[in-house]
Design a protein around this ligand. Structure first.
Ligand SMILES: O=C(CO)[C@H](O)[C@H](O)COP(=O)(O)O
Ligand SMILES: [Fe+2]
Length: 220
């Protein structure tokens, strides 16, 4: 069970100290948005390169961008430890996942709430993580979509059948109120932005979320 706080809800003027505040987390989730794939603009490769130099924990880069086939490998080459692209935007997800792995990153593939999982199951051997979005991508602080839990369970079942060590991540509206149902459905990596950075103590929120997830996990 791993917690990946999203720095989307952090203070962008003080990202180094905001990363230090979650050093007890497993990953720092970095939401890259390009104003095209989603109607919001956050940060890109130069900022990620700067964060990699100072982060006490590895970076989990969630790329909400058009043309990830072109842009995602640069994040892996820069040293990002995990790089997740959206399957809706990728021209050749299989080749892209292979390129990310060859550059030394874990390869993640994300599916939006309206995207079915079944057509992509055959890509599992190329992947280290599947991200099931539990909000429409683009903004932090949105309401959790419980109707995505059957998809989380479907992905977990496919991972079991595949036999690989593939993580199942949920992202969007994850909090102390919603994390247990995600763990019950089979998620094992939990992104939380507002629930962590909106708390009085970000570190305490990370510990609380991890404890809740661990008390409900599927045991892998
Ligand atoms: O990818 C994202 C939005 O597209 C963010 O990672 C996500 O929304 C985290 O924020 P919160 O926990 O506040 O929902
Ligand atoms: Fe995200």
């Amino acid at each position: 069970m791993q917690i990946s706080p999203s720095i989307l809800s952090a203070d962008f003027a003080n990202l180094q100290s905001e990363l230090d505040a979650i050093s007890n987390a497993d990953w720092a989730h970095v939401d890259v948005m390009d104003n095209h794939f989603v109607p919001n603009l956050t940060l890109g490769l130069p900022i990620v390169e700067a964060l990699l130099k100072v982060s006490p924990i590895p970076l989990d880069c969630h790329l909400m961008i058009e043309d990830p086939d072109r842009w995602a490998p640069g994040y892996a080459e820069a040293g990002a430890q995990s790089v997740t692209f959206h399957v809706e935007a990728a021209r050749d997800p299989r080749a892209l996942a292979r390129t990310l792995r060859a550059a030394g990153a874990r390869a993640g593939m994300a599916v939006k709430p309206g995207t079915a999982w079944a057509p992509y199951e055959e890509l599992l051997p190329e992947l280290d993580m599947v991200l099931v979005m539990t909000v429409e991508p683009g903004f932090g602080g949105q309401s959790f979509m419980a109707d995505q839990m059957p998809k989380v369970a479907q992905v977990r079942e496919a991972v079991r059948r595949n036999g690989g060590e593939i993580w199942v991540q949920v992202d969007g509206g994850v909090s102390a109120k919603t994390i247990e149902q995600c763990a019950d459905a089979g998620a094992d990596v939990f992104v939380a932005g507002s629930a962590v950075y909106g708390a009085e103590s970000a570190a305490a929120a990370v510990d609380e979320l991890r404890a809740l997830a661990e008390s409900h996990g599927h045991g892998s």
